[in-house]
Design a protein around this ligand. Structure first.
Ligand code: NAG
Ligand code: NAG
Ligand code: NAG
Ligand code: NAG
Ligand code: NAG
Length: 300
């Protein structure tokens, strides 16, 4: 059988949150070249954003059977379910759709499922990703009605046994859409740590697992894009032939670390982090504030 329930307990209740900004002092005022070149012209091109409550459905694809993998699921879901209560998330509320409704959250992990590899362990294109999501919806594990949630976000989190044509080569994760839904794909960052694990957490990381901690960092990028540009017709622009979405402004190996991550704290184990959700620490990338023309770790 391909589909199975999560080993980790699915989070169903709201979590207490200690937001990072209690412990973070000033945030760098440096701007990235993208901000100085394109910050003023970044506009809504006519589409809507994901407003109000957004259900997130997670498909853990591949082999997630070990106890370590189950701990990874918990770490990842705790972040996704709690992040919309942080002051980090508040910067996203600057972004409004054509209908006047802004990103507000909350994000809510509605369901998760393990698919051990219904479409093989070598994925070739976005059609395969979309089909994995449709099959997960039809499996009955994501909702009682097997209906697609067009206002939700579907996440494929690939395991360490999954290869993908573009992952590690042209991306570490990406967001896309079909007629009926929007989704993101995140590869297992440990597969190509030099490309997909950010340097500050590539040796020690806040949850003692650089790969899943990097997956969270990648999610912190993709969720900016998917919330503000779910159907690729809202907050997006062409920058001399390259498409820029919100998450692109503040991240990248050429971006200074204090811009990319704001003011990082350090755990007792010397792992860098910049946000806390419940009792777990994470490293998120910053968010471009169009109002302040800066990469912000906190809206306050
Ligand atoms: C940025 O901060 C530095 C010191 O922290 C300050 O000297 C400088 O004027 C600031 N620049 C801007 C554009 O705010
Ligand atoms: C999944 O991974 C675990 C631990 O890495 C391994 O013991 C197990 O054999 C794998 N299962 C499959 C079906 O590959
Ligand atoms: C993906 O492409 C590889 C190489 O062309 C092929 O062997 C494999 O069967 C393809 N996988 C799927 C699921 O189509
Ligand atoms: C971590 O990143 C630094 C900077 O890019 C690099 O020099 C180092 O080799 C990386 N370490 C690991 C374990 O990947
Ligand atoms: C875009 O490319 C053109 C032609 O190469 C160049 O003149 C222009 O400065 C570029 N614009 C930006 C904002 O980089």
């Amino acid at each position: 059988m391909r589909f199975s329930t999560l080993g980790a307990l699915l989070i169903t209740t709201a979590l207490n949150l200690v937001s990072a900004q209690d412990q973070v002092s000033t945030i760098s005022n440096q701007t990235t070249p993208l901000i100085s070149n394109y910050g003023d012209s970044f506009k809504n091109t006519g589409g809507n954003v994901l407003n109000d409550k957004v259900n997130v459905y997670i498909v853990f694809y591949g082999n997630w059977s070990s106890s370590e993998s189950q701990a990874e699921q918990t770490t990842f879901m705790n972040f996704v379910n709690g992040v919309s209560s942080t002051s980090w998330f508040s910067t996203l509320k600057e972004y409004t759709g054509n209908d006047g409704n802004a990103v507000t959250g909350p994000l809510n992990v509605a369901a998760g499922v393990v698919d051990s590899g219904s479409h093989g362990l070598t994925l070739n294109d976005s059609d395969a990703h979309k089909q994995i999501i449709v099959d997960a919806v039809n499996s009955g594990y994501l909702s009682a009605t097997n209906q697609i949630d067009s206002d939700g976000i579907y996440v494929i989190m690939a395991g360490n046994d999954v290869q993908d044509k573009d992952f590690c080569h042209t991306n570490c994760g990406y967001n896309g859409y079909s007629d009926q839904f929007q989704y993101m794909f995140i590869g297992y960052p440990g597969t190509c740590s030099e490309s997909c694990i950010p340097p500050p957490i590539n040796q020690t990381s806040p949850n003692n697992n650089p790969a899943i901690d990097a997956a969270v960092t990648i999610f912190s990028h993709e969720v900016q894009d998917i919330l503000t540009n779910p159907r690729k017709d809202a907050w997006t622009m062409d920058a001399n032939g390259t498409t820029i979405e919100l998450g692109d402004f503040c991240a990248g190996l050429n971006v200074p670390e204090d811009v990319w991550f704001g003011n990082m704290q350090q755990t007792d184990n010397n792992a860098k982090y910049n946000i806390e959700i419940g009792d777990q620490k994470y490293l998120v990338q910053t968010i471009f504030s169009k109002n302040k023309k800066q990469c912000l770790l906190s809206s306050e």
